[in-house]
Design a protein around this ligand. Structure first.
Ligand code: BDR
Ligand code: CA
Length: 306
């Protein structure tokens, strides 16, 4: 199985991704690090532990940054739910280690080397810190995936900026400059939808599936969701980790706007090569949505069946 360290801010779509990753036979979750984003880092850490305990998994969780590098944090409980998550979850009993998330990222990279993939699906604060501590991180590990940004699509928190990048543009900028990430942004995650019929079938099965259904339904109570169903952004990363044919990537030179102006936190993707700069980012531009849904269902079903 593919060893993956998840840096996350659960968050309902994070919860779906994490549960499906824990359940999926093709993925070995070697660690979970938490960051502020959808809610405070206290809440995201609590939620991460609760997701593990709901499924009966024991994976070390390390708490990370409580605020972005430069910007103020903008949380999103209004969409993800009070405490940053929806559904019935156990009150977690497990301990959180003293080691900071950024140190865990560096340590696990050194331990697992090119057997490890890092998947960051919240603001990139922890990953940027890890890069500052260990600039060779991208050469040490197999791959670095991030959910965030929008290269050619519009934004979701401003007309041009996506939430994770907008929360910490300085961190996103560092990661894009130095980590040669696979950027899984709104260009594909808007289409990473789960149909309402699937959500209803989970509701009918009850138990853990009911909690999963509440995560999947998350945006529908707060914003308009069309009949293709809610976009479960973070899970698009997992689908490609399991089956690399799920997403199509193209290499581009990208910069993150950290100007503080109206396009703050947005991605400037040089799709026509006008800057004459070497590509620094693999940008996801197409998703096999049927395959995506299959992988997510495989993982969630195994997680719920434990
Ligand atoms: C991203 O922002 C967060 O609200 C979600 O968890 C996801 O990581 C989508 O823009
Ligand atoms: Ca997230």
């Amino acid at each position: 199985a593919r060893k993956v360290l998840f840096d996350t801010d659960p968050g309902c779509d994070d919860a779906v991704m994490l549960a499906a990753a824990l359940g999926h036979a093709a993925i070995d979750v070697v660690g979970v690090t938490t960051v502020c984003g959808n809610t405070t880092v206290e809440n995201t850490t609590h939620n991460a532990r609760a997701i593990l305990e709901l499924g009966g998994y024991d994976v070390p969780v390390a708490r990370g940054c409580a605020r972005p590098l430069v910007d103020e944090l903008a949380t999103a409980e209004w969409i993800h739910g009070g405490g940053g998550i929806r559904g019935d979850l156990p009150y977690p009993s497990g301990n959180i280690g003293d080691e900071h998330a950024a140190d865990v990222i560096v340590r696990q990279a050194r331990e697992h080397g090119d057997d490890l993939t890092i998947a960051a699906v919240g603001p990139l604060t922890n990953l940027a810190l890890a890069l500052a501590k260990e600039p060779t991180l991208p050469e040490i590990v197999d791959d670095i995936y991030v959910m965030g940004g929008a290269a050619l699509a519009g934004g979701n928190v401003t007309p041009v900026a996506e939430a994770n990048f907008h929360n910490d543009p300085a961190a996103a900028s560092r990661v894009v400059q130095d980590a040669h990430p696979r950027m899984v942004g709104l260009d594909v995650t808007n289409d990473a939808t789960i149909p309402f019929e699937r959500i209803e079938s989970y509701e009918e099965r009850g138990g853990v599936f009911e909690t999963i259904a509440a995560w999947l339904r998350y945006p529908a109570d707060a914003i308009d969701v069309d009949e293709t169903g809610p976009s479960i952004h973070d899970a698009a990363v997992l689908a490609d980790l399991v089956d690399p044919d799920t997403l199509d990537f193209a290499d581009y030179y990208c910069e993150i706007d950290t100007s503080g102006g109206p396009s703050h936190g947005s991605v400037v993707c040089d799709q026509h090569g006008v800057y004459d700069e070497a590509p620094n980012t693999a940008v996801a531009l197409d998703i096999d949505d049927a395959r995506y849904r299959e992988v997510v269902d495989e993982g969630l079903s195994a997680y719920a069946a434990r």
